[in-house]
Design a protein around this ligand. Structure first.
Ligand code: ATP
Ligand code: MG
Length: 236
């Protein structure tokens, strides 16, 4: 299996706070890999370091065979690394379609209409609302829009930070179905979640984070069955 992302020995600080403590993990082509952990474990910090918004003082981050430790976040989008941030962050004043077009800023304009159709096929709800202002969408619709916008950049790796946060159970199911569907169609996904049950049930492999460290790893099935993981993260 080809390695798409290889993170080795990274350490990240916020001033004096040592948020990420020497972690290593990898994502292979075609996988869904999840990072799970409680509030403050360091999941978002890890994603932001991979996407170039934060920097590690040590170690290396290889993406698609190249060291990206010092590459800027906007350049990384052009190289195929897309992040859907925690809390969605869509452009609230813009329409659904304008948001999607913004996601295509690294792409040749000629392909944009075709990519819009691809996103609308995946999220029919967005098609119905293509001219609606994003600020008036529901939370679930905003999540779909944020994912659609990321897909417009043709990512080799799609990183999702808590896509299920704040959504009703039925919408959580829908979002996870879409994640599985995207993966079946060839997308490689790094999924950060507090909803460990759902995340482990769709992921090929997972890593468990606790206070800045990776404390367990295995296949999704292995982690779901592990007594310690059950006790700490799965309510049983
Ligand atoms: N900008 C910041 N300044 C100082 N400390 C920060 C900052 N952002 C995060 N931290 C701290 O770093 C640690 C890791 O935070 P992070 O946001 O990565 O956690 P998380 O696993 O994503 O949590 P959650 O599930 O609540 O989103 C926490 O202790 C947090 O308080
Ligand atoms: Mg977070």
């Amino acid at each position: 299996m080809e390695t798409l992302l290889k993170v080795e020995g990274i350490n990240v600080y916020y001033g004096a706070i040592h948020a990420i403590k020497d972690i290593s993990f990898q994502v292979n082509q075609g996988e869904i890999v999840t990072l799970i952990g409680a509030n403050g474990a360091g999941k978002t910090t890890t994603l932001q370091t991979v996407s170039g918004l934060l920097r590690s003082k040590t170690g290396s981050i290889l993406f698609d065979g190249q060291d990206i430790n010092t590459v800027s976040a906007d350049k990384l989008v052009g190289r195929g690394l897309a992040q859907v941030p925690e809390g969605r962050r869509v452009f609230l004043q813009m329409s659904v379609e304008e948001n999607l077009e913004m996601g295509a800023y690294t792409q040749p304009p000629a392909g944009v209409p075709r990519d819009l159709e691809m996103v609308y096929d995946l999220f029919p709800r967005l098609k119905e609302r293509r001219s609606q202002v994003a600020g008036t969408l529901s939370g679930g619709e905003q999540q779909m829009l944020a994912m659609g916008r990321a897909l417009m950049s043709h990512p080799k790796l799609l990183m999702l930070d808590e896509p299920s946060m704040g959504l009703a159970p039925i919408l959580v199911e829908q979002i996870f179905d879409i994640i599985k569907d995207l993966n079946r169609k060839g997308s490689t996904i790094l999924l950060v979640e507090q909803n460990a049950q759902m995340a482990l049930s769709v992921a090929h492999r997972g890593y468990v984070m606790e206070t800045g460290k990776i404390v367990a790893t295995g296949t999704g099935a292995e982690l779901i069955e592990s007594p310690e993981i059950k006790r700490a993260y799965l309510g049983g």
